[in-house]
Design a binder for this molecule. Structure first.
Ligand SMILES: Cc1cc2nc3c(=O)[nH]c(=O)nc-3n(C[C@H](O)[C@H](O)[C@H](O)COP(=O)(O)O)c2cc1C
Length: 374
């Protein structure tokens, strides 16, 4: 057997995991339309990747109708969506898996064609994403619009949407939730100085910019208890027009403030793979998030981004991380834990089928058939 550290048990909140190969949250845009509820195909996809005592983090799911920026993404704010997620959760539990849901609001990474009433997307400040194109609801590539800055009085309502979504996830039977504070979406827009030009208590100083992350996390914790809530961050990331000039003070403060909450885990995206959802990237000469923040974070640390089995084993063995989340290679290898453990070859992934569509590139990647190889 390969990788004794990766295949050792780990306690995450109340859950006793049997190994440390985690499914990273992966947007696949295959929910039912127009309900944006998960459908049986989605349950099959997650069940294929479930193992006894293995942690899956389900794809980012908008907490409210204004939180979308792409088509076919499942929501977690209607009864129908909760019922759809319940089937996903049941299918994963039937295989002994543990499943958390990632709670999402995209903020400015959207287009008015996705917004109720066709209004502008909301963000901390009216700062558009300058250098990237986005897609409209009918599939045209266009420049990002300038978002509308949230009024201070609106912010409690956005936090309430996260709280309600957390309740919905509980009702759907999930084992926990992950707050999506990464990749240039709403929470990170609040955190970072170039997207947050606010002059109220949510802007300016680092504590003010981190306030929204903490208020959202605490609202979710009120619903779930801290030991079933994780947070995902991407310091030094550049996805979706993000990027903080001097990340250490900002992210050190955020991690220090999250420490006393007693969360299930903190989940970092390694800067080398920032933006992997949009393109093949391998950023060079960038720091390692797990190495930088391990000494600051007191709880379970999950790292993601460009890991192979060897690199994952080394990270855990050397004490840099407690578990490793795999994205792209878990898409194309539904039996990834077994393949890594047994040293079976990996199937390459096909980026063309990452987003949208149906079975192809979703549930039709085969399990390794060792008998066929013999
Ligand atoms: C198709 C695709 C969809 C993704 N969707 C999400 C998402 O919903 N939430 C998130 O936090 N990260 C998302 N990511 C980032 C992955 O979780 C992960 O951090 C990244 O792919 C790097 O890990 P890897 O090198 O193992 O693929 C996505 C990446 C890909 C390739």
């Amino acid at each position: 057997m390969n990788y004794p550290s990766l295949f050792s048990p780990l306690k995450v909140g109340p859950y006793q995991l049997k190994h440390r190969v985690v499914l990273a949250p992966l947007t696949r845009m295959r929910a039912a339309k127009p309900s944006l509820a998960p459908r049986p195909l989605n349950a099959e996809y997650y069940a294929q990747r479930a193992t006894p005592g293995g942690l899956l983090i389900a794809e980012a799911s908008p907490v409210t109708a204004t939180g979308f920026g792409s088509p076919g993404v499942p929501g977690i704010y209607t009864e129908q969506q909760v019922a759809g997620w319940r089937e996903v959760v049941d299918a994963v539990h039937a295989k002994g898996g543990v499943i958390f849901l990632q709670l999402w609001h995209v903020g400015r990474v959207s287009h008015s064609s996705f917004q109720p009433g066709g209004v502008l997307p909301v963000a901390p400040s009216a700062v558009p994403i300058a250098d990237l194109k986005t897609g409209t609801a009918d599939g045209k590539a266009v420049a990002y619009e300038t978002p509308r800055a949230l009024e201070t009085a609106e912010i409690p309502g956005v936090i309430d949407a996260y709280r309600q979504a957390a309740k919905n996830a509980l009702k759907a039977g999930f084992d926990g939730v992950e707050v999506h504070g990464a990749n240039g979406y709403l929470i990170e827009q609040f955190m970072q100085s170039h997207t947050n030009r606010r002059t109220d208590q949510y802007g300016g100083s680092i504590p003010n910019r981190v306030r929204f992350l903490l208020e959202v996390t605490k609202a979710v914790v009120e619903v779930w208890g801290a030991n079933r809530v994780g947070v995902r961050l991407s310091p030094y990331g550049v996805a979706n027009g993000s990027g903080e000039p001097d990340p250490m003070p900002l992210y050190s403060y955020a991690v220090e403030q999250l420490n006393p909450l007693g969360l299930a885990y903190l989940h970092f995206i390694e800067p080398r793979s920032s933006g992997a959802g949009r393109a093949e990237v391998n950023h060079q000469n960038v720091p390692s998030a797990m190495v930088l923040f391990r000494p600051i974070w007191k709880g379970v640390l999950i790292s993601a981004g460009g890991f192979t089995g060897d690199a994952a084993e080394a990270a855990i063995r050397d004490g840099h991380a407690d578990a490793i989340a795999f994205g792209r290679i878990f898409i194309s290898n539904p039996d990834l834990p077994r393949r890594l453990q047994r040293g079976f070859p990996l199937t390459p992934y096909n980026r063309a089928t990452f987003y949208g569509g149906d079975v192809a590139g979703y549930t039709d990647y085969p399990e390794h058939n060792e008998l066929a190889q013999a």
